[in-house]
Design a protein around this ligand. Structure first.
Ligand code: SF4
Length: 234
């Protein structure tokens, strides 16, 4: 099962490279993105890998960035928010304003994630994500290949139908470096002040923005909307 999933993933990545040679993996450094990162590095595929440093990431995530370099000899590109955007945000809502309402939280994600993502994707023809459908209700309608109108490129999500167990089976089998917070009950890892461990039986993204209702738990990077048109369902 594991090998066929990995073979299929490699086949997909190689096919997408032919179709959209300027191709990037937008990595959150989460477990799913590490599966794709490992394959790209082991097979030496010419796919750019970048991550967004919001300035509020957990220390364990920074340590993982270093471990990726030690393990693969390859640096993940890091994109930061614009200085003036962060200063304006903090001036308007304080350093932890995101706790005070959905609009404030989205403004923070907008400045620290959404705008840097747009900059990172500039000039690219396609981007790859490690999304899985069963991570949360907000991800159940995503397509494996979609035209991302907002960024003007194709968005690929090759792990959509993978289970969490399949992801971890690959990580263990290939001894892939992963975020140490996963061993402390963190299923999905984002910024430190907006992420906590989940309890057994909870939704995988229950630890993200836990003070909000489950239908709003996206940072604006991955919402399937009219701005994304499915090319292939799965
Ligand atoms: S996850 Fe939290 S700290 Fe990070 S950008 Fe979004 S609101 Fe801001």
């Amino acid at each position: 099962m594991t090998l066929s999933r990995i073979d299929r993933l490699e086949q997909d990545l190689r096919a997408w490279l032919l179709r959209t040679p300027a191709l990037s993996l937008a990595s959150s450094l989460g477990a799913e993105d590490m599966v794709i990162t490992d394959l790209i590095c082991r097979k030496n595929l010419p796919i750019r890998i970048f991550t967004l440093d919001t300035g509020r990431l957990p220390e364990a995530t920074y340590r993982l960035l270093d471990r990726v370099f030690e393990h693969y000899g390859r640096r993940i590109e890091v994109f930061w928010p614009a200085l003036e955007d962060v200063e304006k945000l903090v001036r308007e809502q304080g350093v932890n304003g995101f706790y005070h309402g959905l609009a404030a939280r989205r403004a923070c994600c907008g400045a620290r994630k959404v705008k840097p993502l747009a900059r990172a994707l500039s000039g690219q023809q396609g981007w790859i994500t490690g999304l899985r459908r069963d991570q949360s209700p907000t991800r159940s309608d995503l397509a494996a290949e979609a035209w991302d109108e907002g960024h003007g490129l194709v968005k690929y999500s090759p792990l959509l139908d993978w289970s969490r167990e399949e992801v971890w089976s690959v990580l263990k089998e290939y001894r892939v470096p992963y975020n140490a917070l996963h061993d402390q009950g963190y299923a999905s890892i984002g910024c430190a002040p907006c992420t906590r461990a989940v309890q057994p039986g909870e939704d995988e993204r229950a630890g993200r923005w836990w003070w909000e209702s489950s239908d709003s738990k996206e940072c604006g990077l991955h919402v399937a909307s009219e701005a994304e048109t499915a090319i292939q369902e799965s």
